[in-house]
Design a protein around this ligand. Structure first.
Ligand code: NAP
Length: 273
């Protein structure tokens, strides 16, 4: 019997994780199966427990269960504790070990796939939800010159800045108070997503430094609304979150199987040109 893994969420039918992990398993010669697990909105812990009792060894956790996964894991990595959420669970024989690979996935995509230096750079993040919290620890570990968080609900940006203050130069600023500041990397971590929008007053114009990258955590086959807005407002380059998705999966695979698969073949598979 191959070792059993799954992605758990609600909804989960859209998830690309089975395709990604099947490709990783083939490429690394690992005997494992990977399925989709739809859990009831109030039934995450029970579904994870049942999966473990049936021999399940690891779970990727997607919306809306990342906080439930954090609560379920009795042992956690430092990056999961810093994020306050888990997107990966590994069964350790008697309990779940919780990790968060989202931030590491983003950093790998920025530095290795897109060739962007973070150290000494100015970084702006739109959004202060779970994804922003997950990426801030790994981002600050790369020693940017400063990170500024802008969010619709100012108190949440303030909370994040306070939470990560010991990890680097981070501030929360209202959109209107950016004061002409220019940034080398501008990340959309809001869930505005694929709705056609101008950023609901959060995406501030005039923030892109020469050569700046605009990075959207959302991914799509066509340029996202954020990418279109950023191009029209002075970003030199844009990227979406497909690379982050692939790289967070590679980090989960590494945790489970002890080998980090080559992620490059996944890009043409998931986004044929
Ligand atoms: P979340 O916890 O629900 O946070 C949502 C954030 O978006 C909050 O900051 C919220 O502001 C803001 N927001 C929502 N609607 C808005 C609007 N109409 N105008 C302005 N701001 C708005 O969501 P999340 O888990 O952080 O996820 C954020 C995005 O990242 C999602 O699209 C998700 O799919 C994506 N993501 C991608 C990857 C990947 O691998 N590529 C991984 C993780 C997440 P308030 O605080 O004011 O409500």
């Amino acid at each position: 019997m191959p070792d059993r893994y799954a992605v758990i969420g609600n909804p989960v039918a859209h998830s690309k994780s089975p395709l990604i992990h099947a490709a990783f398993a083939r490429a690394t010669g690992q005997a494992m199966s990977y399925e989709r697990l739809l859990a009831p909105l109030d039934g995450f812990a029970a579904a994870a427990k049942r999966f473990a009792s049936e021999g399940g060894m690891g779970l990727n956790v997607t919306a809306p269960f990342k906080l439930d996964a954090f609560a379920l894991a009795t042992e956690k990595s430092a990056r999961a504790r810093s994020a306050g959420a888990c997107n990966t669970l590994a069964w350790r024989g008697s309990h779940w070990f919780g990790d968060n690979t989202d931030g590491a996935g983003l950093i790998h995509d920025l530095m290795h796939n897109l060739g962007v230096a973070i150290s000494g750079r100015d970084v702006l993040i739109f959004g202060a939800g779970g994804a922003a919290r997950g990426i801030l620890g790994p981002l600050l570990a790369e020693t940017p010159r400063r990170v500024v968080v802008v969010n619709r609900t100012q108190s949440k940006a303030d909370e994040l800045a306070a939470h990560f203050a010991a990890h680097g130069n981070i501030a929360a600023t209202p959109t209107g108070a950016l004061g002409g500041g220019r940034f080398d990397i501008v990340i959309n971590a809001t869930s505005i997503g694929l709705q056609d929008t101008d950023g609901a007053g959060v995406w501030a114009a005039g923030v892109f430094a020469p050569g700046a990258l605009a990075y959207d955590l959302v991914y799509a086959d066509a340029p996202t609304p954020f990418a279109r807005w950023a191009s029209a407002n002075g970003a030199a380059r844009t990227a979406d979150g497909l690379g982050m998705l692939i790289e967070q999966a590679a980090e989960s695979f590494l945790l489970w199987r002890g080998v980090r698969p080559d992620s490059r073949p996944l890009f043409p598979l998931l986004r044929p040109v």
